[in-house]
Design a protein around this ligand. Structure first.
Ligand SMILES: *[C@@H]1O[C@H](CO)[C@@H](O)[C@H](O)[C@H]1NC(C)=O
Ligand SMILES: *[C@@H]1O[C@H](CO)[C@@H](O)[C@H](O)[C@H]1NC(C)=O
Length: 330
């Protein structure tokens, strides 16, 4: 192997940026020399390949990631683990996996999408098979909806043709133009294929704040009646959530038939985070920077966050969002 790597770096100057073609050439040369290497496997060590049927995500690793990095979200954890592993272990899914993540900012929705992406594609968000669309960033102008719509459909089709196990993440779903939701809809449905492309192995993740206030209300009711938040079950939230999302005119879902037609497989609520969860985020962030955890700093940073409701001060208004930037000052 060191010999081959040496050979590769000779053939490909500056091998940090390996281009598929030059790597192809290098591999051709290397294989001609060694003969016995299986090309696909060797190739995929250098160039990102679309996962095949046998490349299942490791359920243990996914669980560990969720346990170690996501705090205070017992519902989301369970549902995501079940949904993702179930989907990837199903040899013949009838439709793509569609997850709708709901809750206020900083509660872990983006984080969870990253974790899912990393467990399907090693390069995670940097993978060429993982696509993130942010409504206000990628589709800002209402008058260009027609253009966005054509583009988006072309991209989804093009990328899924190249890799059936592509992952699409749509952030700020509540700000996405209804026309664009309609544009995505056909890909989410139970079709065997559309124009020769099957979308049944693809994962779509939708993130929104929609329903965040209702989720908070349920959590607060539990807290006020002295119950542990871990007792909150999906069934306590699911009806509130789908009705809430559906009836909220500000959320793009209102205009679409995503819910009507049962195209969303899982609605996943993210609960508001308490003081102790914020502390967990801070510790995790310090550890991820390779430093030792100093509890005094953890407390100081946590105390800088603001909490609501006004009297009880239970939940962090920004969740764990500002942890990273606040830590810089210590
Ligand atoms: C799955 O992940 C666990 C924990 O990270 C690891 O110990 C195990 O070796 C992995 N299994 C495979 C088949 O990669
Ligand atoms: C895949 O999606 C990206 C946007 O994430 C787009 O720029 C690219 O053109 C698409 N590829 C194909 C083949 O459609």
């Amino acid at each position: 192997m060191p010999l081959l790597l040496g050979l590769l770096s000779l053939l490909v100057p500056g091998s940090a940026a390996l281009e598929p073609i030059s790597v192809g050439i290098a591999i051709g040369a290397a294989s001609a020399l060694t003969g016995y290497l299986s090309r696909p496997r060797f190739y995929c060590a250098f160039v990102e390949c679309c996962p095949g049927e046998a490349d299942r995500p490791n359920a243990t690793a996914l669980k560990e990631d969720l346990d170690n990095k996501l705090f205070g979200q017992h519902l989301a954890k369970d549902v995501i683990l079940k949904a993702v592993t179930g989907f990837r272990n199903n040899p013949n899914p009838k439709k793509p996996l569609t997850l709708s993540l709901h809750g206020w900012g900083g509660t872990g929705k983006n984080f969870v999408s990253q974790i899912i992406a990393e467990n399907i594609h090693k390069a995670g968000m940097k993978s060429k098979f993982v696509h993130l669309f942010i409504a206000t960033l990628h589709f800002p102008h209402d008058h260009q909806i027609k253009l966005y719509k054509d583009q988006l459909q072309k991209w989804i089709r093009g990328n899924v043709s190249a890799c059936a196990r592509s992952v699409f993440i749509f952030d700020e779903m509540d700000k996405l133009h209804p026309g664009l939701i309609d544009a995505i809809k056909p890909f989410l449905d139970y079709y065997e294929q559309i124009e020769g492309v099957s979308y049944r192995s693809t994962i779509f993740i939708f993130l929104s704040n929609a329903g965040g206030d209702l989720i908070t209300k349920v959590a607060l009711d539990f807290w006020r009646s002295g119950k542990d938040r871990k007792q909150i079950e999906l069934k306590d939230l699911e009806p509130v959530l789908s009705v809430g999302v559906f009836n909220n005119k500000n959320s793009g879902f209102w205009h679409s038939s995503l819910i009507d037609r049962n195209l969303i497989d899982y609605f996943i609520p993210f609960l508001p985070l308490e003081y102790k969860h914020v502390k967990m985020c801070i510790r995790a962030e310090i550890k991820s920077q390779g430093k030792a955890v100093d509890e005094e700093i953890v407390t100081k940073v946590a105390n800088e966050m603001t909490f609501f409701p006004k009297d009880e001060r239970i939940y962090s208004d920004k969740g764990c969002k500002l942890v990273q930037s606040k830590l810089i000052f210590y």
